[in-house]
Design a binder for this molecule. Structure first.
Ligand SMILES: O=C[C@H](O)COP(=O)(O)O
Length: 349
């Protein structure tokens, strides 16, 4: 079996679609990436207009998408490389240490073994995760470890994973991570604000988080496994985007149910509605429990089919994952050699 990939395959762009308005405007101005969502006034009428969410219709759509997978076997290696480049390689454990974070960063800088990149014929093409994601005490260590590589450092913040600390403490935590050099801040919402339909309070908190972030990008984690209904997920997504989220993110990885495709679909449909209303493009980050290459492809298909090819870029899509890279490496090895090796050959941090 030949594992070599052509350049065009490494950057798969199967579907050419018109650029959404804000991306096109930005490109025309000579800028890079996506124009940041400034947010808008809380519009409860717009939020409420999203309240009817049909779970079985979403589940049917997910079933169709994953059954008639549009990524063909030959092209899978290229898409798996894309999964790596869309990853926030994460360690969020109680036993994290500076040394462990340095090892994670070393893995992010060189995610694939040399023999594998050679067998894939990657040449000078560098494939790396978009970011590493760590707790605040390790931000400075991570910043130092990935310096000059283009890999971002994301910090989980605001009393992760539950969000249950005084607002001033949560804001101070964001400011501390930004001061230490974090490029991205992943905040959690207090889920009780959703149960109580306290939309104004939720909006005000997220707006304050955005202000504390400054230039750092804000990812808002909803903790969807705690939110009970897809309607809650949709309404919380809308409020987060109105308050200025750059990304909305499913889960902390600590809830009993983490990222699922139907929940993801409800969130990307909210992103689409927000884009239609405002012209702004919001990123999406499914996180928690995404550990196999196959599941990562399902998510890529969902994004491409629902939002379009533009959302398969690190500016607009991330996987939050601690172990996905290990499985992708195994699958790529299988692609080039026809064999699987043991997991211990793909040691992570
Ligand atoms: O944000 C990322 C998640 O915490 C990672 O979850 P995971 O360990 O299940 O991959």
């Amino acid at each position: 079996m030949s594992g070599k990939l052509r350049e065009a395959e490494i950057h798969p762009s199967a579907t050419v679609m018109p650029l959404p308005s804000r991306l096109a405007a930005n490109a025309a101005e000579g800028g890079h990436g996506v124009v940041r969502n400034p947010g808008m006034a809380l519009d409860l009428g717009f939020v409420e207009s999203m309240r009817s969410v049909n779970r079985s219709a979403l589940e049917r759509r997910v079933g169709t998408l994953t059954k008639r997978r549009s990524i063909k076997a030959d092209n899978q290696a290229a898409w798996l490389l894309r999964s790596i480049s869309l990853m926030d390689l994460t360690t969020l454990n109680s036993n994290d240490t500076d040394e462990r974070v340095r090892r994670l960063c070393a893995k992010a800088v060189n995610p694939l073994r040399r023999d594998l990149t050679e067998a894939l014929g990657l040449g000078e093409t560098v494939i790396r995760p978009a970011a590493v994601c760590v707790y605040h005490p390790f931000v400075a260590t991570a910043v130092e470890a990935v310096k000059g590589t283009g890999i971002h450092v994301a910090a989980v913040s605001t009393a992760f994973p539950h969000g249950l600390a005084p607002l001033s403490t949560r804001i101070a935590e964001i400011e501390a991570s930004v001061a230490d050099g974090a490029d991205e801040i992943d905040v959690v919402i207090p889920r009780g604000l959703v149960f109580g339909a306290k939309w104004q309070e939720l909006y005000d908190e997220i707006k304050a988080f955005r202000a504390a972030c400054g230039e750092a990008h804000l990812k808002v984690i909803l903790g969807t496994g705690d939110l009970a209904t897809l309607r809650n997920v949709t309404l919380a997504s809308m409020v987060a985007m109105m308050a200025g989220a750059d990304f909305i993110k499913t889960s902390t990885g600590k809830e009993s149910v983490n990222a699922t495709l139907p929940v993801g679909l409800a969130m990307v449909r909210a992103i689409r509605a927000y884009h239609e209303q405002t012209g702004y493009l919001i990123g999406f980050k499914p996180a928690g429990g995404i550990s196999t290459a196959k599941v990562s492809l399902d998510w890529l298909v969902l994004m491409k089919e629902e939002l379009g090819r533009e959302w398969l870029e690190p500016e607009l899509f991330r996987f939050g994952a601690s172990s996905l890279l290990t499985d992708i490496e195994r699958q790529l090895e299988h692609h080039v050699s026809g064999r699987y090796s043991a997991n211990h050959r793909h040691a992570m941090a």
